[in-house]
Design a binder for this molecule. Sequence first.
Ligand code: HEC
Length: 149
Amino acid sequence: MNEVIKSFKNSQWFSRLPELSEFKKIIKNGLSGAKVLLLILISWSPNAFADSANLETGRDIFYKHCKACHGDKGNGQTFAANVLNPPPKNFTVEKSKKELTEERMIHSVTKGRKGTAMMPWESNLTKIEILSVVHYIRKELMKLEPSGK
Ligand code: HEC
């Protein structure tokens, strides 16, 4: 349930929600309270969640696109590690937890790391998907608090 509330709060819909005073203005300007309520209900359809970063989406993407190199536990101990130089990042060690800020991870996944096997994903994944997979790595593999930078 917390996840649902969190993803609702992170959703673009929530951030588009006008301030309460804006609502008052809308009502004053002639829209009845019932109509406003209806508008809220319509915009808060299940689709309102579709554009927010989400852990399950992140897990799916990680298993599909990242696991082969980084490993399902994110420790980089995969077959690929034997043949890649530098090897895939081990997300689980302290050094990585210190070094990898959320911004850096988003940037590296989007643009890739020049001269390494870490390719840019911007043409394969949407911004929201990149955010989702980074959140998944940080929360489930690095065991960091969501807001920890
Ligand atoms: C072909 C192997 C391969 C695949 C697939 C791969 N990576 Fe990587 N990844 C690497 C390597 C190698 C590095 C280490 C790059 C370096 O040391 O600069 C790396 C590093 C990273 C880093 C740390 C970058 C930094 O700033 O130091 C992140 C975050 C990351 N990968 C996320 C992902 C995500 C998310 C996916 C899936 C969408 C993915 N990787 C798929 C090989 C891969």
